[in-house]
Ligand binder design. Structure first.
Ligand SMILES: Cc1ncc(COP(=O)(O)O)c(C=O)c1O
Length: 450
């Protein structure tokens, strides 16, 4: 009975897998936020290095991982794949449940898989500082960590509600040398405008992105780094699924269903994209994205062109969206409070290759506590969405009397999310109703693209 399925250092993938090479239809163009015309690489150079812009539009199937990035990955990769024997026993399920544990990175989540290459390519391009947004703080920590390896400065705009909910994440970012600013802030024009409109706003990822993009675009030595959504971020995360495939081969198993929580889509992409090839080639496998029912981008959003941020500074992409100025309720899975989703995840969902489900936060916390009391690891609130869906799949397998193999991404630990667990265990956590009217109002403001 094997519990930990491990690979050696030399088995870290040498290439990232680019799902864009295997799509059956071409990706939609990226549009300029002012003119609505397709953007060229030169339109993006004020905030990104050319190497990342090239990855963003690449249709090459395999993209080499620089040696320096591989060396840093070695500090925690290959990450372990676990068989959840104790959770299976508690559920009395015939299902095999596996989880890929990304919480072993120094920052505690999958996010450094992209932060490290982003810092590397920016350093190579002569950039001195990176500005970014963070929700729960996992991405801000990951970029601060990555920048500390490469000697870059970091400015993090942290969504205000999370700034209050996760104070130690701020300390961790500062420990790795970052400056952390609650967003919206007075630091940027976009932030000042948002505060004028609503001085008590919880903030949102869309607002924090506006501030970070404005900061980067207005300083020549500064670039912007995004922790999710973009094609190059999803690309970097594919080390997760590539390793998982090799690990499952070692125990001669193969998943019936692969599950990831979905905020912007990067950890979901990281685990599922390497399986998309199998599915396109006819393999019977389900790929499942799980999101909060209070921010139901894939399940209730429109598949349309929209801005990635509230202040309409980012390029426009075709994606599932709830509208760029939708402010999701202040759920504790701060990393899932995003109005949009990755264009690649959206396209695969639209084409029926990736399914989606939406869950309320208390059901997810219930799953997280069951997981912590059986497997021991305290999950990040975001990851609890994948856990809950995996539990539901395992129960279904039991009820149907069928052995099934379930693989999910445990995208991060929840050691800095204790105030959320305190609220849940104290019975103070509420579920939010599906904010139908707010979403309809935001969707009415989508850019009119012909
Ligand atoms: C642990 C963890 N999982 C998942 C997410 C959601 O982001 P994504 O959909 O890009 O994986 C976040 C975002 O902050 C996170 O911190």
């Amino acid at each position: 009975m094997q519990t930990k399925i491990l690979l050696q250092d030399h088995q870290i993938p040498k290439y990232w897998y680019n799902v864009a090479a295997d799509l059956t239809s071409s990706p939609a163009p990226i549009l300029h936020p002012g003119t609505l015309a397709p953007v060229g690489p030169e339109d993006l150079t004020s905030i990104f290095p050319m190497s990342l812009i090239e990855q963003e539009v690449s249709r090459e199937r395999w993209i080499e991982i620089p040696e320096e990035v591989q060396k840093i990955y070695q500090l925690w990769r290959p990450s372990p794949l676990y068989r959840a024997h104790r959770l299976e026993a508690a559920l009395k399920t015939p299902a095999h449940i596996y989880y890929k544990y990304e919480g072993v990175s120094p920052a505690g989540s999958h996010k450094p898989n992209s932060a490290i290459p982003q810092a590397y390519y920016n350093k190579m391009a002569g950039i001195k500082r990176l500005a970014t947004e963070t929700g729960a703080g996992q991405w801000g920590c990951s970029l601060s960590l990555a920048n500390s390896y490469f000697g870059l400065e970091t400015t993090v705009y942290m969504v205000r509600v999370s700034y209050g909910q996760k104070p130690y994440r701020k300390n961790l970012m500062e420990l790795w040398g970052a400056e952390v600013i609650p967003s919206p802030s007075n630091r940027t024009e976009a932030g000042r405008r948002m505060l004028d409109q609503d001085p008590d706003t919880t903030g949102s990822l869309g607002m924090a992105i506006s501030e970070a993009v404005e900061d980067a675009a207005s300083h020549s030595d500064t670039n912007y780094a995004l922790g999710s959504v973009l094609n190059h971020v999803c690309l970097h995360q594919t080390v997760i699924g590539l390793e998982a495939i090799e690990q499952l081969k070692l125990v001669e198993d193969y998943p019936d269903v692969v599950i990831g929580c979905c905020g912007g889509g990067s950890n979901l992409a990281g685990l599922t994209f390497p399986f998309v090839r199998d599915k396109i080639n006819g393999k019977q496998i389900r790929l499942l994205a799980v999101e909060p029912n209070s921010c139901p981008t894939l399940t209730k959003g429109s598949y349309a062109f929209d801005f990635g941020d509230t202040a309409k500074l980012t390029p426009i992409t075709k994606m599932y969206t709830l509208g760029h100025d939708f402010v999701p309720p202040g759920i504790h899975a701060g990393g899932l409070r995003y109005h949009g989703a990755s264009a690649l995840v959206s396209q695969l969902h639209h084409e029926g290759i990736i399914e989606a489900a939406a869950l309320p936060q208390t059901a997810c916390f219930e799953g997280a506590v069951m997981f912590a009391r059986t497997e021991g690891i305290v999950p990040a609130p975001e990851s609890s969405h994948a856990i809950r869906a995996a539990i539901d799949e395992a129960v279904k397998a039991r009820e149907e009397g069928q052995q099934r193999t379930i693989l999910f991404n445990l995208s991060g630990h929840g050691h800095f999310d204790m105030s959320s667990y305190e609220a849940y265990l104290g019975g103070q956590l509420e579920d939010y109703a599906y904010p139908e009217e707010n979403i309809a109002a935001s969707l009415a403001k989508l850019p009119q693209v012909k």
